[in-house]
Ligand binder design. Structure first.
Ligand code: NG6
Ligand code: CA
Length: 516
């Protein structure tokens, strides 16, 4: 006869419960922490696969990023979704490939918001699930209504707050574009209404001092395109006047991301939170805080890597101070692969030494070779994520669906459509698998990389590829090329003519994904 409190049955029930907890990561995390886990994503700018020590970098030491990897899971096949910033950030947030939305390439200074208000995003689904959500750092996804764009002296909406973020302190575009100001929530920070800010594409008057008319005022010369208004000795893309009290000093940006993150984290330590930190450091012009000037062998680009490393260390120190390390999943990734001379002549090419920004891969920022999107990718949550190395294929576009599934958040029907729940792989669970295919895009210029297993198809409609050897030259290439990444991870040899059936199949699959 069965007894109600048979100890064996109780043990069996506990066993079953434990098994179901292990099978469902969201419950697992809640079981460990007693509440929803916190999530911090740090997305670096222009950081290449080989730029940090734990991925083989030699030109600068990166103790903090290395420590994160030493205590967590280091992916060798972690990708961002595009070879430039705006499309990668677009798809990180929306879980949708940016090429599906026209106009989602590199956003100009006066770009309107590229993600319409109320679009479901990684932030909004977590927000709806009870998370406090914040973004601190580079935005570069446009602000304001279409077609008008940002009202710099008024309310800057839509922007991050209209797509699920509770709090935002952002560099609205890039540090080489105007206006050189920060935006807190809906307004330019420290803007004096008696000194309105004007931003435009044309020189506002013949007297306006820009990089062309006053080259003597420049502390860094450019190859050609940063000939707009000079600020802090740097010619920028675009023109601005006014807003004097709001202008930042490039040197101060990294410290600002850190101090802001520390305040935000301590303020929201008691609630489940999602913080997206997007440091600008490697993006040209590379003008680091005085503390990091000259610390690397590689000039400003190496110093910027040191500054980024410090930023990561400070965020981790803050989590440690708040006793949140074991309750917070930290993901470290990049928005696109490396670039050396990105118009500003900062000697980043000459000073490389044996440092290899793209590791053993080909290409970098602006193209779709592996170097463009295969980037450092580290996941850490001591006690939950094992100390290990993973060769599973994962992509920044997958974070949205993965986090939603992990914390049991509801995803509106049809939202996050290109994002795949890879949470078991991100958590390093045994036997968990990553993507079975991967799509890489450039800036929306019509190049795609399509990876499946060891094969990589490169389709380039313009038949020209920029920066495929990190020299910022344009190379002529065939419309299609096939690489065997198993034998040739550096994409040196096009084997399409030897494997025509594979190539045909992959061409069709790629087109189906594009058309989906
Ligand atoms: C390019 C700029 C480059 C950089 C990039 C955006 C020129 C010649 N090049 O158009 O300097 O600003 O846009 O970089 O103007 S990203 O990382 O934000 O995508
Ligand atoms: Ca970038």
């Amino acid at each position: 006869r069965l007894r109600c409190f048979d100890p064996l049955l109780v043990f069996a029930a506990i066993g079953l419960l434990a098994a179901s907890i292990a099978a469902a990561p969201s419950v697992y995390a809640q079981h460990v922490t007693g509440e929803l886990p916190n999530i911090v994503v740090i997305m670096a700018d222009d950081l290449g696969y080989g730029d940090v020590g734990c991925y083989g970098g030699t030109g600068v030491s990166t103790p903090e990023i290395d420590k994160l990897a030493a205590k967590g899971l280091r992916f060798t096949q972690g990708y961002c979704s595009a070879g430039t910033c705006t499309p990668t950030r677009f798809s990180l947030l929306t879980g949708v490939h940016a090429f599906r939305v026209p106009g989602s390439g590199i956003a100009p200074p006066n770009s309107p918001a590229l993600i319409p208000a109320e679009t479901p995003t990684i932030a909004s689904v977590l927000n709806d699930a009870g998370y406090r959500t914040g973004i601190i750092g580079k935005w570069h996804l446009g602000l304001g209504e279409k077609p008008g764009g940002p009202d710099w002296n008024g309310t800057l909406s839509p922007g991050p707050l209209e797509i699920g973020f509770d709090d935002a302190l952002i560099l609205p575009t890039t540090n080489d574009r105007v206006p050189p100001v920060l935006v807190r929530n809906h307004h330019v920070e420290n803007l004096d209404s008696n000194d309105p800010l004007w931003v435009g594409n044309q020189r506002p008057s013949p007297e306006h001092q820009d990089a062309r008319s006053n080259p003597a005022a420049l502390r860094m010369t450019t190859v050609g395109s940063h000939h707009g208004t000079i600020h802090n000795g740097i010619g920028r893309i675009g023109y601005f006047t006014g807003g004097k009290a709001a202008l930042y000093r490039d040197e101060d940006l990294a410290k600002r991301w850190v101090s802001e993150s520390k305040v935000w984290l301590s303020k929201h330590a008691g609630t489940p939170f999602f913080l997206l930190v997007t440091p600008h450091s490697l993006h040209a012009p590379r003008i680091v805080d005085e503390q990091f000037q000259g610390v690397s062998k590689m000039g400003p680009r190496g110093d910027a890597i040191a500054e980024l490393d410090w930023t990561v260390g400070q965020i981790m120190a803050s989590l440690k101070h708040l006793k949140l390390i074991e309750r917070t999943l930290v993901v470290f990734c990049s928005d696109n692969g490396p670039v050396l001379i990105d118009d500003y002549k900062d000697r980043s090419d000459e000073l490389l030494g044996d440092h290899d920004p793209n590791g053993d891969f080909r290409g970098g920022k602006y193209n779709v070779y592996e170097g463009a999107t295969r980037t450092p990718f580290i996941v850490s949550m001591p006690g939950t994520v094992p100390v290990d190395e993973s060769n599973q294929v994962i992509c920044t576009i997958d974070l949205a669906a993965s986090f939603a599934a992990w914390v049991g958040a509801k995803v509106p029907t049809g939202a996050l459509r290109d994002s795949i729940n890879l949470m078991p792989a991100l958590l390093g669970e045994t036997d968990a698998v990553g993507r079975s295919f991967l799509l890489q895009q450039d800036n929306g210029w019509g190049s795609f990389g399509y990876r499946k297993g060891k094969w990589k198809l490169v389709r380039c409609d313009s038949r020209k590829m920029l920066n495929s050897d990190l020299d910022m030259k344009t190379t002529q290439i065939p419309r299609y090329a096939l690489y065997d990444l198993g034998n040739d991870p550096g994409e040196t040899t096009n084997v399409l003519s030897d494997h025509q059936r594979v190539a045909e199949r992959m061409k069709q699959e790629l087109q189906q994904i594009i058309d989906a």
